[in-house]
Design a protein around this ligand. Sequence first.
Ligand code: ADP
Ligand code: MG
Length: 239
Amino acid sequence: MLQIRDLKKQFRVDGRAVPILDVPEWNVHKGERIAITGPSGSGKSTLLHLISGILRADSGSLTVDGQPLHELAEAKRDAFRAANIGYVLQDFHLIPSLTARQNIEIAMTARLTSKERRRTVDGWLEQVGLADRSRHLPSQLSRGQQQRVAIVRALVNHPPLLLADEPTGSLDWETADEISALLLELSRAHGHTLIVVTHDLNMAGRFPQCLNIREVNAVSRDAVPLQQTVLLQRGEIPV
Ligand code: ADP
Ligand code: MG
């Protein structure tokens, strides 16, 4: 599903190039469900942005479901993402003026009659326990319910790859646990490959596979731990 070789990304800050990611090799097979943990600033979101084609790497290769994304220009990467990748974010990004149903319907790409469309959305809302909330606006839903709608929106076109960036980051513990279970269950039931980055160790512990970003990203592997940086700055340990 995903093959990465020698993928490098740096950002320019104050005219200086700062290496953020260096992934010598990483492969994910179809149907795998993987949680990636790691401290803030270790390149987790950047990695997902590269896999989704939102960002382009400086060098190296990245193939998603047989498509070499590094060979595509931005417009083609956008089209590939729309058809093949579902993305769930921490803050849901639902459209406030649309109901739960409408937020899902506008994401649907299949050519369906309005009746088929309605039936499909009803089926999804039922699966995530929101059958009686289809006409609610996001502001009339709890945060956990909003994230359920966002998850359906990401899955409704059956993308082979589902990415989630801190999907439980703004939820209370119990709701986070429900959302973790839901993501895992839906991706298993529908055969999606799922890559989640998270601070939430409870969520990570539920996953069949859990990686620290250091196992993938050679930059964060080499990074000086924050505590050590503070001590260096204070001159409390020799350079
Ligand atoms: P994480 O998701 O693990 O918290 P990110 O991937 O968001 O980390 O960021 C990794 C590092 O890259 C951070 O140090 C961040 O400041 C830096 N960074 C991210 N995006 C940019 C950008 N557009 N320009 C400059 N630096 C960036
Ligand atoms: Mg992040």
